[in-house]
Design a protein around this ligand. Structure first.
Ligand SMILES: Nc1ncnc2c1ncn2[C@@H]1O[C@H](COP(=O)(O)OP(=O)(O)OP(=O)(O)O)[C@@H](O)[C@H]1O
Ligand code: SF4
Ligand SMILES: [Mg+2]
Length: 322
């Protein structure tokens, strides 16, 4: 069966001075219909850039490679085709709900607007907006749909944003750090909502997060990103039980535990590199506790490992010896 979304050799360059700077460097992944995939990695690894490229949200970027959604080549779409794809093909939820909402527009109208621009009549659009807000747990949705965003709590705003992403019936939901701005209890509620809404609709989901802790109960498959590349990919059980990449191991070791009061620990010593100063060879080598001499010179390629893939010289050597 053809995957719902297929991303091949994706590169993303951002304008820098006279030239370009590569922030995503040859990313491959696919998402099947109804499949839940988590994209994890520290800040600056290129997660949001990858998500935004799927929807072609930034004109200023130079995007290379191939992005196929439901068999269609996204990078070849006209702007009109892109407008149809956004919302009815791929729905997207961003990290900061306030930035996605118009402060001067009633929330019900904002959800209805997604349908109105697709030619749905006013009354029907409004009725469907109220119905989806109610489904997503907005109590008294009929009257609350007349409120403005500032009258809603953070968790409630995220429900409105989720309603906007889902109301036009997409096949894939891209959720970029949908819970980061919320407190832990509300985070779980929003994640459960996404879980239920996706299950009811058979949606594929790309969940972007730097928090591996929320991934275990949600995703089927995990993509680990470091410095613009996928360094490990595999079924969620394998990633947690037998992570092959030293970076993945570090991320898992840093998953906050319920018995600790700190909710964000630095995953691994040191900071991720800026794309302008990506280290030679394996980009993780300056921070890697088990690096080999070859790591400084040669970039490891992503190769099959267990049920997934890993890009690491040591993992490849260990596998060859096993
Ligand atoms: N508009 C832009 N122009 C230039 N560089 C950018 C732009 N947006 C992001 N970058 C750079 O591209 C890299 C990837 O950014 P991206 O936002 O995709 O990271 P991320 O993995 O989503 O991080 P976070 O977890 O902080 O959201 C970063 O180094 C960032 O500084
Ligand atoms: S390739 Fe080398 S430096 Fe990179 S993660 Fe593997 S062992 Fe560490
Ligand atoms: Mg981001």
């Amino acid at each position: 069966m053809k995957p719902l979304l297929e991303v091949r050799a994706l590169t993303i360059d951002v304008p820098k001075g006279e030239g370009w700077m590569r922030v995503v460097d040859g990313v491959d992944f696919s998402i099947g219909a109804g499949e839940r995939v988590a994209l994890v990695g520290e800040s600056g690894s290129g997660k949001s850039m990858t998500a935004r490229a799927l929807m072609r949200l930034d004109d200023a970027l130079r995007i290379g490679g191939a992005i196929r959604f439901a068999g269609e080549e996204v990078l070849g779409c006209t702007e009109a085709e892109m407008r149809a794809l956004r919302g009815s093909g791929i729905g997207m939820v961003f990290q900061d709900p306030m930035a996605s909402l118009d402060p001067f527009m009633r929330v019900g109208d904002q959800v209805a607007e997604v349908l109105r621009i697709r030619g749905v009549g006013r009354a029907e659009a409004h009725a469907r907006a109220v119905a989806i807000l109610a489904e997503l747990g907005v109590r008294d949705a009929a009257s609350r749909s007349g409120a403005y965003p500032h009258e809603f709590s953070g968790g409630m705003r995220q429900r409105v944003v989720l309603a906007m992403a889902l109301v036009a019936g997409p096949k894939l939901l891209v959720a970029d750090e949908p819970t980061t701005a919320l407190d832990a209890r509300i985070q779980q509620q929003v994640l459960d909502l996404i879980d239920d809404a996706a299950a009811d609709r058979g949606l594929g989901v790309l969940l972007i997060t730097h928090n591996l802790g929320i991934v275990a109960g949600f995703a089927d498959r995990v993509l680990v990103m470091y410095s613009g590349r996928i360094v490990e990919e595999g079924p969620v059980e394998q990633i947690f039980a037998a992570p092959a990449h030293p970076y993945t191991r570090g991320l898992i070791a840093a998953v906050p535990r319920a018995d600790m009061r700190v909710d964000r620990l630095p995953p691994i010593d040191g900071a991720p590199p800026s794309p302008a100063r990506r280290p030679s060879g394996c980009a993780f080598h300056p921070r890697c506790p088990v690096r080999l001499p070859v790591c400084v010179m040669t970039a490891p390629q992503l190769r099959p490992s267990g049920g997934g893939s890993v890009a690491c010289h040591l993992a490849a050597a260990e596998e060859a010896m096993a």
